[in-house]
Write a protein that binds this ligand. Structure first.
Ligand code: ADP
Ligand code: MG
Length: 225
């Protein structure tokens, strides 16, 4: 089977504050369909920014980003990819505190124009897998950190995305929850041959991915396979 490229980042530069803050300084990275990649490096090296440019949430200054062979750039493409192709787990869960967990999880289904009953069935399945079934009807502000993070994982997977981008998905969790959420993440991704790019500074978790890509000061420093 030929390996298909899921993510192609080519010589990407990204700065903030009118060019005063250079964050990505010529990043090139290719991720094949089905790969589980850890993006490592100390805080501030540009991991979140790289995930944001892959998802199209941030525009690049120079260079090229392609997801599933489509150039991320034009708004129509970006929106389409975000709706139908990409799942995102943010460093801070970004769930809406006054909506219930179930309501939060249905947002991406609605955005993608999916059917309500299929969405609810999927929600039950993922909630059972992540252990948040009993929390679905509760407002997010009433949930613990671990429950929110698992809830964010459920939400990111609602449309069964081909590409899952996770930004320190276990960063806010204690040891036992960290382990559970990470195991679950791997299981869900691997079972369906999905692609995962996960930013983490957790060396132990990174070691369990197929591939470790190390970043330093806005550049890819090295790869450990
Ligand atoms: N919107 C922004 N405006 C200005 N600086 C930013 C912005 N986003 C990120 N940065 C800066 O870019 C650098 C890399 O940030 P980030 O990508 O969040 O790193 P990491 O996720 O590896 O900790 C940091 O110095 C951060 O302060
Ligand atoms: Mg970050």
């Amino acid at each position: 089977m030929a390996m298909q490229t899921q993510v192609m980042v080519k010589d990407v530069w990204k700065s903030f504050d009118g060019g005063r803050i250079e964050v990505l300084k010529g990043v090139t990275l290719e991720v094949a369909q089905g790969e589980v990649v850890a993006l490592c490096g100390t805080s501030g090296c540009g991991k979140s920014t790289l995930l944001n440019v892959i998802s199209g949430l941030e525009e690049v200054d120079r260079g090229m980003v392609r997801v599933a062979g489509r150039e991320v750039g034009e708004e129509a493409t970006r929106v389409d990819l975000l709706r139908h192709h990409i799942g995102y787990v943010f460093q801070l869960h970004h769930l809406m505190p006054d909506l219930t967990l179930a309501e939060n999880c249905m947002v991406p289904v609605i955005a993608a124009g999916g059917g309500r009953s299929a969405g609810l069935a999927r929600l039950q399945e993922l909630a059972a897998a992540t252990g948040v079934t009993a929390r679905l009807g509760q407002r997010v502000r009433e949930l613990s950190g671990g429950e929110r993070q698992r809830g964010a994982l459920v939400r990111s997977l609602m449309n069964d995305p081909e590409l899952l981008l996770c930004d320190e998905p276990t960063g806010a969790l204690d040891e036992s929850n960290r382990e559970k959420v990470f195991e679950l993440l791997l299981e869900l991704v691997r079972a369906r041959g999905r692609t995962l790019v996960m930013a983490t500074h957790d060396v132990e978790l990174a070691g369990r991915c197929d591939r470790k890509v190390r970043m330093r000061d806005g550049r890819i420093e090295g790869e450990v396979r």
